[in-house]
Ligand binder design. Sequence first.
Ligand code: NAD
Length: 341
Amino acid sequence: MKKNILILKGDGVGPEIVDEAIKVLKKVEKKFSHEFNLTYADFGGASIDKHGIPLTDETIQIALNSDSVLLGAVGGYKWENIEQSKRPEMGLLKLRKELNLYANIRPTKFYSQLSYSSPLKESITSKKIDFVIVRELTGGIYFGKKETEIIDGKKIAHDVMTYSEDEIRRIGIVAFEMALKLNKNITSVDKANVLHSSKLWREVMEDISKSYKSVPFNNMFVDNAAMQIISNPSQFGIMVTENMFGDILSDEASVITGSIGMAPSASLSSTTLGMYEPIHGSAPDIAGKNIANPIATIMSVAMMLKLSFGMNDESLAIENAVLKALDNNYRTVDIMPKDEK
Ligand code: NAD
């Protein structure tokens, strides 16, 4: 199969981890006789330095003409103090919106090989932990009206959280279809006891559940979900939630694995074009030292092959190779036993 992949290495550890993932892509290309055409573009801080903005129209066009996008991470100390609308992270939000990547898929899997690096007790991790957070990615508070005004000499800031019925329904259907395919239960996470947008979220999710009667379904408030992820994570199959709740809960879930450097993600649209990236940021504190964990990015490539290209065997081969590396005790410093660091 021939596929065009846009590579956005980004900033900080981005280039280091993406270079490792490209090695894996090249290996798969050779082993399974595919042709992966890789195109490279600047993104985030690297794009600000060259073009003055984090995401150029040209890069958007290349992304739209590609079969998939592989991204490292953006941001860093150098660009922290520039105006909010021009920051590297704004490029990321814009790209998600331009590619209509409304469904963010974040698997959380407990690796028994790394049990020592999980902060959870063995009584919790001895039960199978393997759930997926399906996060709405192009709506909610991150995309709502934002402003800071001055009233009576005092600053007041607003961030508006808006959701339409259609936005909730399309992410709900992604989650229910996944639950059906993977034979998992669904937990819809909201704050319906306080927020209007959450009341609508719950109403729509309950309505969708009527069409998926074989999928066990429950609602959970986000504050409870934050506790349950740590105290009883094995209860979850698919967790579907809005943009900001998903952002926070998926970072929390990633520590179950022992390191944020283990957690991959896929951002999907209604076509097969997707963007694949580790859930972590550019880790400026360790950038340039060549010690960043590349597994999240490599597993993001596995997700790309499966979800965008339908290459199931190739994806499984990558997952198995990662497991083998862990079995053979290959470790980056973030997942090393304390006494070996
Ligand atoms: P971060 O995820 O970059 O780092 C948090 C901690 O995890 C750090 O101690 C870091 O060293 C560690 N870490 C992250 N990835 C690792 C890896 N692969 N291997 C080993 N350790 C790893 O979050 P942060 O420090 O809050 O943010 C740094 C920058 O990244 C900021 O500019 C932020 O806005 C940006 N950011 C970007 C994205 C993205 O590109 N998708 C996501 C989150 C944050």
